[in-house]
Design a binder for this molecule. Structure first.
Ligand SMILES: C=CC1=C(C)c2cc3[nH]c(cc4nc(cc5[nH]c(cc1n2)c(C)c5CCC(=O)O)C(CCC(=O)O)=C4C)c(C)c3C=C
Ligand code: FE2
Ligand code: FE2
Length: 364
């Protein structure tokens, strides 16, 4: 029997599967002014991102922002773009590949993995469509934002809900709203930093720079600011850092109102005057390197620090698709898959291992 509207999605002999969808913010399709205008229009029209009266913001967005920002942003994106594309997209795809391999071995064909971007491509709608075609009836969504914010994580949930409004048959749904204090996440960051210090020595100060949001969002109840500070606290404790050896700052201000403080750029300009000549910057809120870390931190903020009299500046890269990060993501996903899917290990992988063992036995 076929269900109305679901004919291409469902037959009775199709096994029900579990899907894992990882998402990130998104990025333009190309580092050009026109692609940036399209991307920024979608991004900045999201009421979760800009909490201003709609008509007022529409006039500002279309009258000012989309006339000036796309050209300037395109320049920035050109400086970080590689042959494979935007760094954020490349790292997210590699994380997906790594997670897919791990889960394939643990759960065989019972688990299907996909990745998507909140804005731009591949879209959340296309990933959901794809997973549904692959027979997914239970869905776990992991937005790759360690710290919850309505502007990022909340908005990702909106995109899922908007898509589900068009669908008759919804899957079972689990949504990971944050992992800012998940022990393997803190451990992966700590090891990345320790490895970096083994190669480059230790700085006077470690700066933990997180993407900002307007201060008004904190005052209205967004837990993002607290979660950033908790990540810092746990990481500093794990690294054995004393007060004065590290500092939390907020970057990527947008618009005129006050954002979370202290600002990363102002901190970089003032540290050398306070006698801090050597800093390492790490961005724990960014699961992948992107425009905001490569260009804004490693280029712009490096310059602010050095021009103010700094002597030694290093940016410690994001976890990206490092083995340690894939381990962490797999642990997080497995924690949330409990009760849904039992580990079987892949039958093909197991058969191959058995054959190898038998061949070895025959040789002896
Ligand atoms: C990691 C968490 C992020 C939060 C919180 C966040 C809030 C936020 N961002 C803007 C405006 C812009 N952000 C832009 C880029 C960007 N932002 C994040 C992450 C968070 N943003 C990432 C990962 C990226 C990089 C994307 C990439 O392609 O590399 C941009 C676009 C770039 C530019 O033109 O400068 C804007 C604009 C607001 C207003 C906001 C909170 C309200
Ligand atoms: Fe942002
Ligand atoms: Fe920026």
């Amino acid at each position: 029997m076929k269900y109305q509207g679901m004919s291409e999605h469902f037959t009775h002999d199709q096994p029900a599967k579990t899907g894992v969808l990882i998402t990130n913010l998104g990025t333009p399709d190309a580092p050009t002014t026109s692609a940036l205008r399209r991307y920024l229009n979608q991004f900045l029209s999201d009421p979760r991102v800009i909490e201003l009266p709609r008509l007022l913001w529409w006039l500002i967005l279309h009258g000012i922002v989309l006339r000036t920002r796309p050209r300037k942003s395109a320049e920035g994106y050109r400086s970080v773009w590689s042959e494979e594309g935007s760094p954020l997209l490349v790292h997210t795809r590699n994380q997906y590949e790594g997670l897919k391999d791990r889960l394939r071995f643990r759960y065989g064909k019972n688990v299907e993995v996909a990745y998507a971007m909140r804005y731009g491509n591949p879209s959340i709608a296309s990933a959901l469509e794809d997973l549904q075609r692959r027979g997914v009836r239970q869905l776990l969504v992991l937005p790759m934002y360690p710290q919850y914010s309505a502007s990022t994580t909340g908005s990702t949930f909106d995109a899922l809900a908007q898509d589900f409004q068009q669908r008759r048959w919804l899957p079972d749904l689990r949504f990971i709203s944050h992992y800012h204090d998940f022990e393997p996440y803190i451990e992966a960051l700590a090891r990345k930093i320790e490895n970096f210090w083994e190669e480059n020595g230790r700085p006077d100060k470690l700066i933990l720079s997180y993407h900002g949001v307007p201060r008004r969002y904190l005052l209205n109840g967004d837990p993002y600011h607290c979660e950033c500070h908790k990540t810092t606290r746990l990481l500093a404790a794990r690294l054995g850092l004393r007060e004065g050896e590290y500092k939390t700052t907020f970057q990527s201000r947008f618009g005129r109102e006050e954002w979370l403080k202290p600002y990363t750029d102002e901190t970089m300009m003032s540290l050398p005057g306070e006698g801090v000549k050597s800093v390492h910057v790490v961005c724990p809120g960014f699961s992948s390197d992107c425009l905001e870390t490569i260009e804004e931190i490693d280029e712009e903020n490096r310059e602010y620090f050095m021009e103010a009299g700094g002597e030694n500046f290093h940016y410690i890269p994001a976890l990206n698709a490092d083995e340690g990060h894939i381990d962490m993501i797999t642990a997080l996903v497995e924690k949330h898959l409990q009760g849904w899917t039992l580990p079987v290990n892949d039958p093909d992988a197991l058969a191959a291992a058995r054959e190898r063992a038998e061949a070895l036995g025959a040789e002896r």
